[in-house]
Design a protein around this ligand. Structure first.
Ligand SMILES: NC(=O)C1=CN([C@@H]2O[C@H](COP(=O)(O)OP(=O)(O)OC[C@H]3O[C@@H](n4cnc5c(N)ncnc54)[C@H](OP(=O)(O)O)[C@@H]3O)[C@@H](O)[C@H]2O)C=CC1
Ligand SMILES: O=C(O)[C@H](O)COP(=O)(O)O
Length: 500
């Protein structure tokens, strides 16, 4: 880390163990487990950081802190909660270089994209403060005489109240932004949060925790960042009796967590095999531009990445020429050099991607680019003539590999897209809006983008997956809705009362 960025570094770092502390009940804590979790830099493949492997007792302490702090926080006026969030956003902006540096080293995200992740997170917090003011200040007032057979003797006041403690589990690819997209709606709604950062991204997450600490505006214990070994204590966190809500983004582990947590609201954003349908009348330059950006940003490690192109045969060659031209211009290298393609998150991930590529090779896919890998760095790989019997037609590589399937017509494209297990987003390129709407109506994914690549943002848009891609909907307003419950007070009168 460059020394100019180590503004708050000392407080969260334990020099004795050479590891980062967790943030529990307003304190920076070195776990009594005396165990650490190591974080490998995906680019150098060397150990970069260590974080605490917290124990179950420490998790209990974090939840106890949440529960006590939430009793205070839920009574803090809404405008003050919004003001507190704005303060965090401002501290986060001051810390952008420090946090971006961590993102570069932990998840190999290009520096400029790391910086924009932090900026986007501050913007999200500020928007959430505003949206919270608008949404949570409103409720319903109902009179009973609207329902057949009832007189106007009951007045119903209904509003949104917090759930209690929200467990936030973000994934490696947006350890800051997908943490904030859970924390900010939870806090504005009057909840406490326990954040379990992803291992790759944990130090970025702990620096984010420090922004909440330094803002100095939250009751002790309201915001907790607890690093654990997920395999040992992940379920314990989720199934904890003090957990009142789970907001999770990640892979299939979310499917099993959803079954384990019981009767609490859950918001799960899982994988996506986002299909891009290119019709014969599409603007092919536009489609190619979006396919390249959509398929290869952050080396394809986005749940919203274009993960299969379904192109009508008659324009396939023209489209491919344009896509290939763009792919050949992508820079490949290290995140510090702001390359388009950087090393994927781990060797396991690189091996998985390679397995999909080799399966496609064996089954006769045409390689439009040469397959090349050095360590975790995989050069952008474009595959043509992919068929349904190849694993890459269905699996999400979460890497810089894009399969192209030629289809006879859009019905065939829609049929393939609808067979995907994970249906987060999809997109369609055509100049015919009637056709676009019909395809959008037929594709069963959480969002269909017309003439644009899949994307979660802007962050106030609803964001949800169908089938195994998740449950619940994100986006700032939807998250506030999900992290609150309806509470009603009914005033019963002895005789009907009419407002005049
Ligand atoms: N839909 C979406 O928005 C996104 C989906 N994904 C999907 O996730 C996959 C890989 O991303 P990745 O981050 O590795 O996803 P994982 O599902 O492996 O991890 C996501 C988060 O869950 C944690 N976790 C793992 N096991 C448990 C457990 N038993 N209990 C509680 N928490 C647990 C992880 O911690 P730890 O890191 O410590 O293991 C991490 O914080 C991608 O292939 C993609 O399918 C990823 C990003 C976004
Ligand atoms: O988890 C993901 O991969 C993201 O939610 C995708 O976000 P993006 O579309 O803004 O990259």
């Amino acid at each position: 880390m460059s020394s100019s960025n180590k503004v708050f570094f000392g407080e969260l770092f334990d020099a004795a163990s050479g590891s980062y502390k967790s943030y529990i009940n307003g304190q920076w804590l070195r776990s009594c487990s005396n165990k650490v979790v190591t974080i490998t830099n995906p680019a150098t493949r060397k150990e970069e950081f260590k974080v605490q492997a917290c124990t179950r007792e420490e998790i209990d302490a974090a939840y106890e802190g949440c529960t006590e702090a939430q009793k205070i926080w839920r009574q803090v006026p809404l405008w003050k909660r919004a003001e507190a969030l704005r303060k965090v956003a401002s501290v986060l902006r001051e810390q952008r270089d420090t946090i971006a540096e961590c993102l570069v080293n932990e998840i190999a995200k290009a520096r400029k994209d790391s910086l924009s992740e932090v900026d986007r997170s501050a913007d999200l917090i500020e928007y959430c403060a505003e949206e919270g003011i608008r949404l949570l200040s409103k409720g319903d007032f109902l009179t009973s005489d609207a329902f057949k057979g009832t007189d106007r003797t009951k007045l119903c006041l209904s509003s949104r109240v917090p759930l209690g403690n929200v467990l936030c589990i973000p994934p490696f690819n947006y350890p800051v932004n997908l943490a904030v997209s859970k924390i900010a709606p939870a806090l504005i709604s009057g909840n406490a949060v326990l954040v379990k950062p992803p291992t790759q991204g944990a130090v970025s997450g702990l620096h984010l925790a420090q922004c909440f600490d330094k803002a100095g505006v939250f009751p002790k214990g309201l915001v907790n960042f607890v690093t654990v070994r997920a395999s040992e204590n992940g379920d314990y966190l989720a199934e904890h009796p003090s957990n009142n809500c789970l907001s999770f983004t990640g892979g299939d582990v979310g499917l099993s967590l959803a079954k384990k947590v019981g009767m609490i609201p859950i918001q799960m954003e899982l994988g996506g095999k986002d299909a891009c349908i290119v019709c014969s009348d599409a603007d092919l330059d536009l489609a190619a531009k979006h396919i390249i950006k959509g398929g290869f940003s952050y080396s394809g490690q986005r749940c919203t990445a274009v993960k299969v192109v379904l192109v009508e045969g008659e324009v396939a060659d023209q489209l491919i020429e344009k896509v290939l031209g763009g792919v050949n211009k992508l820079t490949v290298g290290m995140p510090d050099d702001n390359c388009n393609i950087t090393p994927v998150i781990s060797e396991t991930s690189a091996n998985f991607i390679e397995k999909l590529v080799m399966d496609a090779k064996e089954k006769g896919a045409k390689f439009l680019t040469e397959y090349r890998r050095e360590g975790n760095l995989i050069w952008p790989c474009l595959l043509d003539h992919v068929r349904p019997d190849m694993d890459i037609a269905w699996e999400e590589p979460f890497g810089p590999v894009l399969p192209i399937m030629r289809v006879s017509n859009t019905d065939q494209a829609v049929e393939h897209a609808n067979k995907n297990r994970v249906a987060l987003q999809s997109c369609v390129f055509t100049k015919d809006i009637e056709k676009a709407i019909k395809i959008s109506d037929s594709v069963q994914s959480g969002t269909v983008q017309i003439n644009g690549a899949p994307a979660r943002g802007p962050d106030h848009f609803p964001f949800q997956g169908f089938r195994d891609s998740g449950i619940g909907s994100q986006g700032i307003a939807n998250s506030i809705g999900m992290m609150t419950k309806t509470k009603t007070t009914v005033i019963n009168l002895n005789s009907p009362s009419f407002t005049v």
